[in-house]
Design a protein around this ligand. Structure first.
Ligand code: KIV
Length: 262
């Protein structure tokens, strides 16, 4: 598949839906490259791989390390690096950190959470040559401030506020927006209100593409499966069975057999 660019990503507005999936390392990025349009090095890595209860502890150094690995594993795929909590609190801080992403990795864009309140940051980054993916709706980095993960778009006031968020960050220069945890009919209205692609996660089918956390969709993460996640395989069971088979064969000395020795 030919690597997408900002302009070919944007051509997918109201067209063939974009396939985005998270990736945190070269091993999985290589496996995803064949089918994914965009790889997102999400700060969710600090939960699924780091074992933390939320995304707030992710650091710039960690995101850069993982983004470097993903870019090496999937050099022909468009890669977005998530900006961690606290790394884009103002224009100057955001630019210094986003410049690190461009200078130290091969990422094509960065993602920041927030709507109209982050418009000045989005504008400052885009004016300085950084491609920005917005992220509106349920914002995982606000989980402690909001006291949990709350689905958005339940009232007309919230719906109008989400539309205003999307339009404001589009005007500020974002080339694409992720919309998370929003009532499907509202996410559709948001997508229809802007001319850049809107990628949904837990936001229904009326948008321009979908993103899922890879460990969720591969069924690797057992503790909690959100309603919006479809598990395309039972990865946890496959891994456990393979390791149990290996352990059994080591104990019984079936492995290594003649075909696996020098
Ligand atoms: O960190 C992440 O994986 C994300 C997705 C949930 C969109 O931001």
């Amino acid at each position: 598949m030919k690597k997408l660019t900002i302009s070919t990503v944007q051509k997918r507005k109201n067209a063939d839906p974009l396939v985005m999936i998270t990736a945190y390392d070269a091993l999985f990025a290589r496996l995803f490259e064949e089918s994914a349009d965009i790889l997102l090095v999400g700060d969710s890595l600090t939960m699924s791989f780091g074992g933390n209860p939320d995304t707030l502890s992710a650091s710039m150094d960690q995101m850069i390390y993982h983004t470097q690995a993903v870019c090496k594993g999937a050099p022909n795929t468009f890669v977005i690096c998530d900006m961690p909590f606290g790394t884009y609190i103002d224009e100057k801080t955001a630019l210094a950190n986003a410049l690190r992403v461009y200078q130290e990795t091969q990422a094509d864009a960065v993602k920041i959470e927030g709507g109209a309140d982050k418009a000045s940051v989005v504008k400052h980054l885009t004016q300085n040559g950084i491609a920005v993916c917005g992220h509106i709706g349920l914002l995982p980095q606000s989980v402690r401030a909001e006291g949990g993960y709350k689905v958005k778009g339940k009232t007309e006031e919230e719906a109008l506020s989400l539309i205003a968020d999307a339009q404001t960050i589009e005007k500020a220069g974002a080339f694409i927006i992720v919309i998370e945890g929003v009532k499907a009919n509202v996410a559709t209205r948001v997508a229809q209100s802007v001319s850049i692609p809107v990628i949904g996660i837990g936001a229904g089918n009326g948008v321009d593409g979908q993103v899922l956390v890879f460990s969720d969709m591969l069924g690797l993460y057992e503790p909690f499966v959100p309603k919006f996640v479809k598990q395309y395989t039972n990865g946890a069971q496959a891994v456990k069975k393979a390791v149990a088979d290996y352990a059994k064969e080591v104990h019984s000395k079936i492995f290594p057999d003649e075909s696996h020795v020098y």
